[in-house]
Design a protein around this ligand. Structure first.
Ligand code: HEC
Length: 234
């Protein structure tokens, strides 16, 4: 009997630890959404128009796909801001100041999204959301310009990773044990082959990002060109 109690005690402790360290991915895992392909150089966005599908949505999926964020932004626990309809509920088209989504990413208090210790969105990302709301918060699907021959790290590669990946792979949230929030961290995933393998969706690798819009062939080629060039920090 004593042994049984001891065993149960150990099991309970283990279960407790296991629960508290569980990744905050909803039960059943992340929803699988068919990849939308960035139209790249065809159907390019008109001057200054923000593409919901290729700029806003990937950022929302990456930065907000965890529980603290759904609670405040969507008020629906377990729901990921993974579609136009869900995101639009938090937005008043044309009026960022009256949009819960915009308030939550610009707030100074405890309600700031993503919740600390996650880093706040960059000012470029905040401006992008603001501009999209000002432009009427439409479900735009135009392609952001992509030139596979333009592959400088700071200007071309890093913004892609910031927008599509860093929300789940940063200092405070390390999905799969992977951090992509700095050059040296990114280089680790370049050198072990997992960066390209996950964005291409190679066999035995989880495809990344796991939900929402994926990189177009042009983007994948752009990143591959940077790696072929020695993945410089330029
Ligand atoms: C919504 C959250 C989320 C986003 C966004 C995301 N990841 Fe992941 N990533 C995960 C999870 C969860 C795992 C662990 C999955 C597994 O092991 O099956 C993971 C694992 C990985 C791994 C390790 C794979 C391995 O088996 O070695 C790499 C590399 C990776 N991600 C790269 C990326 C890149 C690059 C992007 C952006 C294009 C990205 N991730 C975007 C959640 C995310």
């Amino acid at each position: 009997m004593q042994r049984l109690l001891l065993f149960c005690g150990i099991l309970a402790t283990f279960l407790f630890v296991a629960c508290t360290t569980d990744p905050v991915i909803p039960v059943g895992g992340l929803p699988v959404i068919p990849p939308t392909q960035d139209p790249g150089t065809t159907n390019e966005c008109e001057d200054g128009i923000i593409s919901f599908q290729h700029q806003v949505l990937p950022l929302m999926v990456s930065a907000c796909a965890y529980s603290g964020c759904h609670d405040v932004i969507s008020h629906e626990e377990g729901v990921i801001l993974d579609s136009y309809e869900k995101i639009l509920r938090e937005v008043k088209p044309g009026d960022p100041g009256d949009s819960e989504l915009y308030e939550s990413i610009t707030e100074n208090g405890d309600d700031i999204m993503p919740p600390p210790p996650a880093a706040r969105l960059s000012s470029a990302q905040i401006t992008m959301i603001r501009t999209w709301i000002q432009q009427g918060a439409e479900n735009t699907d135009c392609g952001t310009p992509c030139d596979p021959q333009a592959f400088a790290f700071t200007a071309d590669i890093r913004p892609l990773i910031d927008n599509y990946c860093v929300g789940c792979h940063n200092n405070s949230r390390l999905e799969g044990g992977v951090n992509l929030s700095s050059y040296s961290n990114i280089l680790t995933s370049v050198n072990n082959g997992s960066l390209m393998a996950t964005i291409r969706g190679d066999q035995y690798y989880p495809i990344m990002p796991p939900t929402g819009s994926r990189f177009s062939d042009c983007r994948i080629e752009q990143i591959q060109n940077w790696i072929n060039d020695g993945a410089p920090n330029n």
